[in-house]
Each structure stands twice: as structure tokens, then as C-alpha cells.
Design a binder for this molecule. Structure first.
Ligand code: PLP
Length: 389
């Protein structure tokens, strides 16, 4: 079969593939513990379900404007004012099929072939593949000293004449690091001075611990008009436990949003109206589920970190947010793929190899599951790789 060069160059999302594997094992009745998942287990908010049911009952399930329905844009305008202190108009917003599609369409709108998009490592698995899909080049910026907090000087050193954009994902998947206010201020300033697009992937911005408040990159922008090249990405997947609803959005200057809308209008025509209505329900409804989820995740984090710390060879970074622990197991096994495989084969625990996020020797463990799973899963890992622990 003759496939395109692009198709041949793209690999399946390793995290989604692992999820599928977990489901197959479960269906076979295997006692699998899935630490590879990138989604909270709580139920979607009742308001989102009621809104979806209401439109389904009406039978009026039609095409929508390709950039999103007005009611959802209204809710996003309010969200943007609340969390970013930024006044925007509907033309500054595009609603997409998850934050994933919003980032993809943004990159398609700004990258020319061979142009580069930079992102600090460790990075989300999809950034390199998305850059490739646009004919561009993804350039990871490894942490100089092995720390998960990027330094502005390391990024500056990698920026060249082909650099078009920088993606910052904080709280970070996979490390859980929340980058400092100082770094965010510096990167906003740097991108403005160098006329680069800055994509803030804020999908986890409310899932933060230890009394932190979501960081607002817009606060540091000097260009606050239609010349701004900051693109803020968000969505309902993580904070409202609505991963399967596939609703995310981008907020940016009107010209860019228009270009993104043109592309999306031919790609998908925009997400389903049923799911957009559900997102309106979540954003306008009772908000307690977000805090409940955040508090549960903080508790889960504390337990997982404590359990992992009893393994002498594991270097455990305490995540500031998200629902991932990114652990350096290189003292036991240098190849993260080998270690991940061993954990499935020996103790039925699914994890994601760190090399997929640009860091060999690490393993990503999700603590979005139940307390019982966290306790038993870590016990199994210990038994599998460090029976003396
Ligand atoms: N950005 C990051 C860093 C993520 O981890 C994910 C999901 O795993 C996404 C974006 C995509 O989110 P969505 O489900 O809204 O497409």
C-alpha cells in the first residue's frame, strides 16, 4: 500500500494506544492497573449532562458555525475574563474538538514548511507529531540541569531564524511542574520582543496544588491589542472530567482565529452541537466539581509521592499540579520502554515510557485513579523492580 510520506512519519499516540491496551486486558479479566491514563475518573458535571440531554431531546441537532456556537463563546468570554483578566470578543475565540484540535489548527495556521516550533522537554507527546503534520519541525529544549523548570536562556539559545512559535505547557504533562511566574513573564516578554507566537497550553491550569493560584500569562503581555501573538488554549477535558466530550478552545487575535476557522471549516466543521451544549452546561453550571476534583488529585498526589519515596532508586519529583508523577527510574533500568514493558508483563501495571515525552529513564504514572489503585499499583511496581524496598 502506498501511503503518504506524512502518514508514514506519524506514530500513534502512545497514551491512547496504552489506554486501548488496558481496556483489552480488562475485558479478558486481567487484574490490570492503569497508570497510563490521562483522564480523571470522576463523572462529568450534572449540568453538562442535562444540557446535552436537552438538545438531544429537542431533536434539533444541526450544523453549527465552524468556530463554535454563540452561547459557548459567551461562556468562554466570561472564563477568559475571570482567569485571564482579558476582555475578548466572540471573534477572538474558536471552539475545537478538544484542546488537541485547537493546538493543531493553530499550528496549521502559523507554520510554513521547515519552520520550527519550540517547546521545553519534557513535553506532551503530540507536539512533535503536530509539527510534522504541518510540514514544520518540532524542537524540544532539554532542561539543562535535568530539572523540570525550563530556563529562558536555554530557550533563547535554540531560537533561530526558522523559529515561528513556542509552546509552553504549565502545569506540565508529564512532569506536573508549574513554571514560575518569573519564567512566564520572561517568556511572554521574549516572544513579544522576537515577534514569535506564544502558545500557552493551559489545559491543566486549575488543577494545581499546595495553595497555588492559576498563573495568568496575559498579565505580563505588553501587546494587549490585536497585534498580540499569544494564543491561550483551554478546554473542559481535564478540569471538568469531560475528556470524551472533546471540547477545547483557543483565544487569540481575530486574524489568526479567522484563519483557524477557515481551516477547521474544511476539516471538521467544528465539534458536535450536543457536546458544545454540554460544555456550556459545565462552564455556566455549579462549579464545585472542579474544586472537588482538584482536592482529590492533591490527596492522591500526596499518597503516590509518599509511597514512591520508599523506593531508594526512584528519584521522585513532587508534581505541583496535573495528575502525573514523572519518576526517574534510571537507577533500575535505563530504557523506559523496557521498564514499562516489564511492569505490564510482570505485574499488570500500565505506565507511559518517559522517552515518549523526550526524557529517557523516566516513567509517567497517573494518579487520577482510585486510592486503592494507587496503593496497590505502587506496591506492585516496587515488587517488580525493587523486591528489597
Ligand atoms: N495538552 C496537553 C498538555 C494534554 O495533556 C492534553 C491531553 O492529554 C491535551 C492538550 C488535549 O486535551 P483535549 O482532551 O482537550 O484534546
Amino acid at each position: 500500500m502506498s501511503l503518504s510520506l506524512i502518514a508514514k512519519s506519524i506514530s500513534a499516540s502512545p497514551t491512547l494506544a496504552l489506554n486501548e491496551k488496558a481496556q483489552i486486558l480488562r475485558q479478558k479479566g486481567e487484574p490490570v492497573i492503569n497508570f497510563s491514563v490521562g483522564e480523571p475518573r470522576s463523572r462529568a458535571p450534572l449540568d453538562s449532562i442535562l444540557a446535552a440531554v436537552q438538545i438531544l431531546n429537542s431533536g434539533e441537532v444541526r450544523y453549527t458555525p465552524p468556530d463554535g456556537i454563540p452561547d459557548l463563546k459567551k461562556a468562554i468570554i466570561r472564563y477568559t475574563e475571570e482567569f485571564y483578566d482579558r476582555k475578548v470578543e466572540p471573534e477572538n475565540i474558536i471552539v475545537s474538538g478538544g484542546a488537541k484540535q485547537a493546538i493543531m489548527v493553530a499550528l496549521q495556521s502559523i507554520l510554513n514548511p521547515q519552520e520550527e516550533v519550540l517547546y521545553p522537554a519534557p513535553y506532551w507527546v503530540s507536539y512533535p507529531e503536530m509539527a510534522k503534520l504541518c510540514g514544520g519541525i518540532g524542537v524540544p529544549v532539554p532542561p539543562e540541569d535535568g530539572a523540570f523548570y525550563p530556563r529562558i536562556q536555554d530557550i533563547e539559545r535554540k531560537v533561530g531564524s526558522y523559529t515561528k512559535a513556542i509552546i509552553i505547557n504549565s502545569p506540565n504533562n508529564p512532569s506536573g511542574a508549574v513554571y514560575s511566574e518569573e519564567f512566564i513573564a520572561d517568556i511572554v516578554d521574549f516572544c513579544e520582543r522576537r515577534d514569535l507566537y506564544l502558545i500557552m497550553d493551559d489545559i491543566y491550569h486549575r488543577l494545581i496544588f499546595d495553595g497555588r493560584k492559576p498563573i495568568n500569562p496575559w498579565m505580563y503581555a505588553k501587546k494587549k491589542d490585536e497585534n498580540s501573538k499569544m494564543i491561550i488554549i483551554n478546554g473542559v477535558s481535564k478540569q471538568y472530567a469531560m475528556t470524551g466530550f472533546r471540547i477545547g478552545w483557543a483565544v487569540a487575535n481575530k486574524k489568526l482565529i479567522e484563519a483557524m476557522t477557515n481551516i477547521q471549516s474544511h476539516q471538521s466543521g467544528g465539534p458536535s452541537v450536543v457536546l458544545q451544549r454540554a460544555a456550556v452546561g459545565a462552564l455556566n453550571g455549579i462549579q464545585s466539581s472542579v474544586e472537588n476534583l482538584r482536592a482529590t488529585l492533591e490527596n492522591n498526589r500526596n499518597v503516590m509521592v509518599d509511597l514512591l519515596r520508599s523506593m531508594e532508586g526512584a528519584k521522585v519529583f513532587v508534581p505541583d499540579g496535573t495528575f502525573y508523577c514523572f519518576v526517574d527510574f534510571s537507577a533500575y533500568e535505563k530504557s523506559s520502554h523496557k521498564l514499562s514493558q516489564l511492569l505490564v508483563d510482570k505485574v499488570m501495571v500500565l505506565t507511559v515510557p518517559g522517552v515518549e515525552f523526550g526524557m529517557e529513564g523516566f516513567i509517567r504514572l497517573s494518579f487520577a485513579g482510585s486510592m486503592k489503585e494507587i496503593q496497590e499499583g505502587v506496591e506492585r511496581i516496587k515488587w517488580a523492580i525493587d523486591p528489597n524496598a
